[in-house]
Design a binder for this molecule. Structure first.
Ligand code: NDP
Ligand code: MG
Length: 378
């Protein structure tokens, strides 16, 4: 198996390398991409010896060369597409963060590469293009997101028509029990303290606002071809049940495990099959109780906004995603407050005229509108 890892220096990227190191000795890593963390990229290039390596620009390439790497170095948007479509590759792991992930996802599918997809933003913005194209070309899009991996695992051996609903679990994030007044004062440092998962900064903030669950709702609708009314969101603070599927006979299947992203990564790399690992096992006797709560859209308005975007569809999810990405960046720099993120998205919804999504250009146009909107407001 030949693998390309886009976003190899991030949280999912480094855990993917760990999975390959520990569980997939036959796999070959042909392509790696980094962005700002060139020293980490150089260390992985020395260890995995890929032929192609991508960095954003010439300055980053020069920095990488200082580490005496032996590989072809590509740069720019086109270089990233070359990485996603490189001929020898069987599977592309898309672990890029944000809207930059969409172009490589579409290009990889067009080149008939299977995808292990962490970049949920691809499906949120362009699920209506990605899923039909993948079906038409016989490409497998296997989710890395733990909830969606859980749903896929619960579906095994069942027909899609037997699904009554999908139950997407959410940890509730660091502010699950905090009153609104306290959440309003939250700083980026507070929001970055996730109770169960160590992840990149953008998704950690999305988890604190519950936008992550909103993005995952849209992701689940596309991946499993379900209407929004068939996807229930349930807060489960222990993050042991990663999601569930309820079937037409009333039976519910749940996928469980310790919160460890290496499990869904391994499952995706193995093409939704089981490969042995020596990762820590669940100990049910020492596990705390498994509890469930309804999500609170008043304290976490991003969830309601994402549901609205899912209902309206078209280019609205792309606008939401772009405004959210920008606002999360501002929040991380302490330039706006916690509820500034949802306020900005709601304001954008009020001034945007939704368009149909027929091509990547439609998404780019919507994202450009979102960037003009946020800059005009500053
Ligand atoms: P990180 O921020 O940890 O990593 C992002 C990766 O993308 C890094 O390799 C980074 O490079 C690279 N990158 C950043 N900006 C750009 C850019 N403009 N162009 C090209 N490459 C870029 O993110 P995560 O690993 O946490 O998340 C990746 C994706 O996976 C997201 O879509 C997230 O929602 C999803 N996901 C993550 C989970 C997790 O546990 N982390 C769980 C489920 C889903 P560098 O570090 O060198 O700057
Ligand atoms: Mg998730």
């Amino acid at each position: 198996m030949n693998i390309a890892i886009l976003g190899a220096t991030g949280s999912i990227g480094t855990q993917t390398l760990d999975v390959i190191r520990s569980c997939l000795p036959q796999a070959r890593v042909n392509v790696l991409t980094g962005y700002g963390n060139i020293s980490a990229l150089a260390a992985s290039v020395h260890e995995f010896k890929p032929e192609l390596v991508w960095v954003p620009d010439g300055a980053a390439a020069d920095e990488l060369l200082e580490y005496q790497v032996e590989c072809e170095i590509l740069t720019g948007e086109e270089g990233l597409i070359t990485c996603a479509t490189y001929d020898p590759i069987d599977i592309v792991v898309n672990a890029l963060v944000g809207k930059v992930g969409l172009g490589p996802t579409l290009a990889a599918i067009e080149a008939k590469k299977d995808i292990a997809l962490a970049n949920k933003e691809s499906l949120v913005t362009a699920g209506s293009m990605i899923m039909p194209l993948a079906r038409e070309l016989g490409v497998r899009v296997v989710p890395i997101d733990s909830e969606h991996s859980a749903i896929l695992q619960c579906m095994q051996g069942n027909t899609a028509s037997a699904v009554e609903k999908v139950i997407l679990t959410a940890s509730g994030g660091p502010f699950r029990l905090h009153p609104k007044k306290q959440i309003q004062m939250a700083t980026a440092a507070d929001a970055l303290r996730h109770p169960n998962w160590a992840m990149g900064p953008k998704i950690t903030i999305d988890s604190a606002t519950l936008m992550n669950k909103g993005l995952e709702l849209i992701e689940a609708m596309w991946l499993f071809d379900q209407p929004m009314s068939n996807v229930e969101i349930l807060v489960h603070p222990q993050s042991i049940i990663h999601s569930m599927v309820q079937f037409c006979d009333g039976s519910v299947m749940a996928q469980m495990g310790l919160p460890d992203m290496r499990l869904p990564i391994l499952y995706a790399l193995a093409g939704a099959t089981r490969v042995a690992s020596d990762y820590p096992r669940m100990d049910f006797l020492s596990a705390k109780a498994l509890t469930f709560e309804a999500p609170d859209e008043d304290r976490f308005p991003c969830l309601a906004l994402a549901k609205y975007a899912a209902t309206i569809g078209g280019t609205l999810p792309a606008v939401m995603n772009a405004v959210n990405e920008w606002a999360v960046g501002q929040f991380l720099q302490d330039k706006i407050d916690f509820y500034g993120i949802s306020a900005l998205i709601a304001e954008a919804f009020g001034s945007y005229t939704v368009q149909d999504v027929k091509s990547l250009a439609d998404i780019r146009k919507a994202e450009a509108w979102a960037m003009e909107f946020v800059h005009a407001r500053k």
